[in-house]
Write a protein that binds this ligand. Structure first.
Ligand code: XMP
Length: 496
């Protein structure tokens, strides 16, 4: 029955994920035993093939930390200053499960009024107090709500109410040791100090309850979380790359909607000669001819997609691009022969599309909109018509191009007197925390591979290229049949 991937994608039409379906295989194993390990770049393998987009409404430190904890990878966007981007990278590299490495800190001269404001905005009820209110300064006390909640005069200073005898842990102790001290102290927060008594971290009782292991976490040889960051191809981006390398970045993604350019050639060659072990991902590409160039220039991974993203208007405005499934199949097949892993970037709106992208030969998927509404994405929630939302915008939207970092260069629009948008700005619904959402995506993907009858991403690729995985095109009515239909109304809850 059906067609092999080669037969399907050799047809003259270009196909999107929506246009076809995968026929079921034979199940002889449990979904829990499916392994999702996959190559992200020539030297980096991830336990879960998920990568978050370098977009200013998707990936900053919190997103990247969680992507890496759950086995994937986050790429910090570059619509910011070099310093801001490097700070995000450093926060990921310095992350230690359970330790807060940048605890909110106040000085003895802070007023209770200010503490009230902080509690209202961020929910912190206990703060370490240092001489000048900064991290790495001498710890002089701790102030919690219990120290001041009955004091009427809110102009009172912290120095008058704080607890000066503070139980602390010493830098270098394990999380387990710190947790024991915290439990015995019966306090809400435990400051961690260095040998000179300066504050370097804290652990909190609230987190203690939430603490868990992350056996799939993506880590470097020094056991620090992996992180990527994007740059453009302007001359000044060489300085950005240098700073990112200094901050400890593992992967640099050259962010361009059309990667087959002199600018990208120059940047790839520069990065690979200046930092030989740095992993450089180029793109975006959708054709073999483009991929051939980038591979020759030395990339360690390729990003595939042009105009397929949820916020993209590139295909409409530029008349250039390609339907995503066809792009992923052809580019991945070619890149595989040259040992270069590919990321299917854009248009991933559910688990089925992740599975279809992998079944086209992508080693990993890159996601924007799917992750944008989570708690760990940048930005605050807001309500519209009773629905809880977060902003999500294309990096080629006028909004993003005009903001401080200016992403215009991704779209070769930097020098132009009139900026031509290639994306829109909108919103996506609240998806809760990645700590529930990523396990949902991972478990769902394992079930999908089980239905195809493959135990791993590696086995999936074998089935794609030996033709044993079978595909079928779907008519428009087949697509409606495959979606929810014929109900008066329904409620949808995707996981529980
Ligand atoms: P999804 O579908 O996951 O797509 O939301 C995310 C990907 O879309 C690309 N991107 C853009 N493409 N105009 C475009 O044509 C834009 O403004 C834009 N912003 C992001 C990018 O590849 C991202 O990973």
């Amino acid at each position: 029955d059906g067609l092999s991937a080669e037969e399907l994608f050799s047809k003259s039409n270009g196909y999107t994920y929506q246009d076809y379906i995968i026929l079921p295989g034979y199940i002889s194993f449990d979904a829990a035993n499916v392994t999702l390990r996959s190559q992200a770049t020539k030297t980096i393998t991830l336990n879960v093939p998920f990568i978050s987009s370098p977009m200013d409404t998707v990936t900053e430190a919190q997103m990247a930390i969680h992507m890496a904890l759950y086995g994937g990878l986050g790429i910090i966007h570059c619509n910011n200053t070099i310093e801001e981007q490097c700070n995000h990278v450093r926060r990921v590299k310095r992350f230690e499960n359970g330790f807060i490495l940048d605890p909110f800190t106040v000085s003895p001269q802070t007023t209770l009024e200010y503490l009230d404001e902080i509690k209202f905005k961020h929910g912190f009820s206990g703060c370490p107090v240092t001489e000048d209110g900064k991290l790495k300064s001498k710890l002089v006390g701790i102030v919690t709500t219990r120290d001041h909640d009955f004091i009427k005069d809110r102009s009172t200073l912290v120095s008058e109410v704080m607890t000066k005898e503070v139980v602390t842990a010493t830098q270098g102790c394990t999380l387990e040791e710190a947790n024991t001290i915290l439990k015995n102290s019966k306090k809400g927060k435990l400051p961690v100090v260095d040998k000179d008594g300066c504050l370097v971290a804290a652990i909190s009782r609230k987190d203690l309850r939430k603490n868990r292991d992350f056996p799939l976490a993506s880590k470097d040889a020094g056991k620090r979380l992996l992180v990527g960051a994007s740059i453009h191809t302007r001359p000044e981006d060489k300085a950005r790359a240098a700073a990112l390398v200094e901050a400890g970045v593992d992967v640099i993604v050259i962010d361009s909607s059309q990667g087959n350019s002199t600018y990208q050639m120059e940047m790839i060659r520069h990065l690979k000669s200046a930092y030989p072990s740095l992993q450089v991902v180029g793109g975006n590409v959708v054709c073999v001819a483009q991929a051939k160039n980038l591979i020759e220039w030395g990339v360690d991974g390729l990003r595939i997609g042009m105009g397929s993203g949820s916020i993209c208007t590139t295909q409409e405005v530029m008349a250039v691009g390609r339907p995503q499934a066809t792009s992923v199949y052809h580019v991945s097949k070619y890149a595989r022969e040259h040992g270069v892993p590919c990321w299917a970037d854009g248009g991933i709106s559910n688990i089925g599309k992740i599975a279809k992208a992998l079944a086209c030969g992508a080693s990993c998927v890159m996601m924007g909109s799917l992750l944008a509404g989570t708690e760990e994405a940048p930005g605050d929630y807001f309500y519209k018509d009773g629905v809880r939302l977060k902003h999500y915008r294309g990096m080629g939207s006028i909004d993003a191009m005009q903001s401080k970092g200016g992403s215009a260069d991704r779209y070769f629009s930097e020098q132009a007197a009139v900026r031509v948008a290639q994306g829109v700005s909108g919103s996506v619904v609240d998806k809760g925390s990645l700590s529930r959402y990523l396990p949902y995506l991972t478990t769902g993907l394992k079930h999908s591979l089980q239905d195809m009858g493959v135990r791993s991403v590696k086995d999936l690729f074998e089935a794609v290229y030996d033709g044993s995985l079978r595909f079928e095109l779907r008519t428009a009515s087949a697509q409606s049949e495959g979606a929810v239909h014929d109900l008066h109304s329904y409620q949808r809850k995707d996981f529980g």
